[in-house]
Design a binder for this molecule. Structure first.
Ligand code: ADP
Length: 642
């Protein structure tokens, strides 16, 4: 098991253990709004089952009274005066009663399936939507620890397990309860002594079920968690298929998938093995009840009450007894499936509730204000930050940017440039100090208004599945075509989009036309331009394009950034040469700041980086080279540690 898997499990496991009575909570929280459908389902299901018991009872009575004249024709709850005197009349009454009961049962069955299905599908839909909403709210730090595959597994597999349980099993459970109570009552009404013989298996079956439930509960939790692991592995490998192929690690990855899948099989099989004992076990018990009833009842009918039994038993009564006992066999055997699905659903519900229980720390404060029409003044006030609470990533970051200014951030990889800007977006909260926009602490304004004021073009331009038009207007849904084309022109994207066969209606994303990194980047810039935010973050936004395109984008960016506060993280220092201020970040600290000219004069880290890029490697400071190689050594050590 890789370290990632262990991390996944611990987060979810921690919260899963704190989830009490998941199925009860599911019903009380999600079932409440649809309780009326559920109630109708229960009533119709109950009636359908009771109606299904009518024919065997009538049959028993008819055998005794109509066919063999052993007894008087009498029906429970029906006054004797209503019953016809002639045998023929009684025969047709029996036929009519059975026919009506069957027809009514069919109607009730329709009511039962439609309402219970509606109930279970609604609950599943709402649980899925809520789980997704919660996932969107969760802090970024959570996504660092949790794998996409695991989350997909909760959103998909686990919610689907609920349906399996709610749909069929609820109905089966109702059916079982009704049949047990109904059949039990009828058997006792016909002959309490023989009923004891038949029903003595019930407590035994109960104990057997309890034993089974105890054992499979843990097994199902393990299975669900293994499904998550398997999903994670598959998702990882599919996204990294290019790396796998180019590194020819197919065999290695094949083995890893096999290992994870085998573990899933093993856990699944273990639970299944329990089922293999439980199901036939229950069946055997009910068959035993049937045989015992037949033996005792048979002797009774043939030669009077055996052993300590007293009274009489007619053939008709015995037939009813046996028919009804037979009716118990299937539902009781089904009980194993109900219990099985119940445990399965409980494991899934626990995982869903565990996800829901994970606290979200980055949310709107109760008294959060809207950041309206921000001017774009940004201030970092002695900020300190760490991702994991242990390794300090930023310390004493302190600077201010006036509205409309362009700030360049430079420094070695891993220095903390991206992290500084993630704090502005409040993807994470600072550990000490404060980040302010227009004088407001970012923690005091609503997340939506804060992030809505900031445009972010990341290092890894992402396009959603959909057309170019949908991607460009993402977030600025009301934009007109003219505005969209204008933005695309500014980002130097219009030309290449026009040359695509379907222009702005071309499908992009995973299933669409494959665009180059540079083209994707230009589309993302256009999207941000269209959203027109007062603050702009360009994170190595032009790293993926050729020099010529970069020059074009740079030209348009100069226009775009003109009257908005802009942060540019750039490795190519030429792109930020004109910035109003350049911050040089090293080891989580701002070590130099000033304009390009000032920093060159200072002859520090920036001046040296500039020399490297200008190709003046021979003129570098000895100390700079030493620091660079020290950093490179640390980076390779970090990689080894991983
Ligand atoms: P830069 O943008 O200057 O290359 P980053 O801000 O991306 O640097 O990273 C700064 C430090 O924080 C690095 O040591 C990096 O390993 C660490 N880091 C970045 N992102 C995360 C994260 N999501 N979780 C934990 N550590 C991170």
């Amino acid at each position: 098991m890789s370290t990632d898997d262990i991390r996944d499990d611990t987060i979810l496991e921690e919260y899963r253990e704190s989830v009490d009575h998941p199925i009860y909570r599911l019903f009380s929280e999600y079932g409440r709004d649809h309780a009326h459908w559920f109630a109708i389902g229960v009533v119709t299901s109950t009636l359908a089952r009771f109606l299904s018991l009518v024919p065997p009872v009538i049959l028993g009575i008819a055998i005794d009274a109509v066919f063999s004249d052993d007894q008087v024709y009498s029906l429970p709850l029906v006054p004797q005066a209503w019953i016809p005197g002639s045998t023929e009349g009684q025969f047709w009454l029996s036929v009519a009663l059975m026919g009506v009961a069957m027809a009514l049962a069919a109607v009730m069955n329709f009511g039962r399936t439609s309402t219970l299905n509606w109930f279970s599908h609604r609950v599943k839909h709402e649980v899925r939507t809520d789980t997704y909403q919660q996932m969107q709210r969760l802090d970024m730090s959570f996504f660092n620890d949790m794998q996409t595959g695991e989350l997909m597994s909760i959103l998909n597999n686990d919610t689907n397990r609920l349906e399996l349980f709610l749909d069929n099993m609820m109905d089966s459970a109702i059916q079982l309860a009704v049949l047990l109570l109904g059949i039990g009552a009828i058997l006792f009404w016909i002959n309490p002594q023989l009923a004891l013989v038949t029903l003595v298996i019930l407590p035994v079956a109960g104990l057997f079920t309890l034993w089974f439930m105890r054992r499979v509960e843990v097994m199902y939790a393990q299975i669900r968690s293994q499904v998550g692991d398997l999903n994670t592995r598959l998702e990882n490998n599919l996204s990294g298929i290019e790396v796998i192929k180019s590194a020819t690690t197919e065999e290695y990855e094949g083995d890893r998938v096999e290992e994870t899948s085998y573990e899933y099989f093993r856990r699944d099989w273990r639970a299944l093995r329990m089922n293999l004992i439980y199901r036939p076990g229950l069946q055997l018990l009910t068959s035993f009840a049937f045989i015992a009833t037949f033996i005792v009842g048979g002797i009774w009918v043939l030669s009077g009450p055996p052993l300590a039994f007293t009274g009489t038993l007619s053939v008709g009564e015995l037939v009813t007894f046996l028919l009804l006992t037979q009716r118990l066999v299937d539902p009781l055997a089904q009980m194993s499936e109900i219990v099985d699905r119940y445990e399965d659903a409980k494991a899934s519900t626990s995982r869903i509730y565990a996800l829901m229980a994970i606290p979200v720390s980055i949310t709107d404060a109760d008294d959060a204000v809207e950041l309206e029409d921000a001017n774009g003044r940004v201030e970092y006030d002695n900020v300190g930050f760490s991702y994991d609470g242990e390794t300090t990533v930023l310390r004493n970051v302190d600077f201010a940017v006036e509205p409309g200014e362009t700030v360049g951030l430079v420094g070695p990889t891993g220095a903390g440039k991206t992290t500084i800007l993630k704090l502005l977006l409040r993807l994470y909260d600072v550990d000490s100090g404060a980040v302010r926009v227009d004088g407001y602490d970012v923690r005091d304004v609503t997340l939506a208004s804060l992030r809505g004021s900031i445009g972010y073009v990341s290092q890894d331009p992402f396009l959603f599945d959909g057309t170019i038009r949908e991607n460009l207007t993402y977030g600025a849904f009301d934009a007109t075509d003219e505005e969209m084309i204008e933005a695309a022109k500014m980002a130097e994207a219009h030309e290449f989009v026009r040359n695509l066969s379907k222009g702005y209606d071309t499908q992009v994303g995973e299933r669409g036309v494959k665009l180059s990194g540079g083209q994707r980047q230009r589309l993302c810039i256009a999207r941000t331009i269209l959203a027109d935010p007062p603050i702009l973050i360009l994170d190595e936004a032009t790293s993926d394009v050729d020099t010529e395109t970069e020059m074009l984008i740079q030209r348009s960016l100069d226009r775009v950034t003109e009257n908005r506060t802009t942060f540019v993280i750039a490795h190519r220092l030429s792109t930020i040469r004109e910035a109003d201020e350049i911050l040089v970040v090293e080891d989580g600290r701002i070590v130099e700041d000033g304009t390009h000219e000032e920093l060159i004069d200072e002859d520090g880290l920036y001046a040296n980086l500039w020399s490297v890029q200008a190709g003046e490697i021979d003129d570098l400071d000895a100390e700079f080279v030493e620091r660079a190689s020290r950093r490179a050594a640390m980076r390779s050590r970090d990689t080894e540690d991983e």
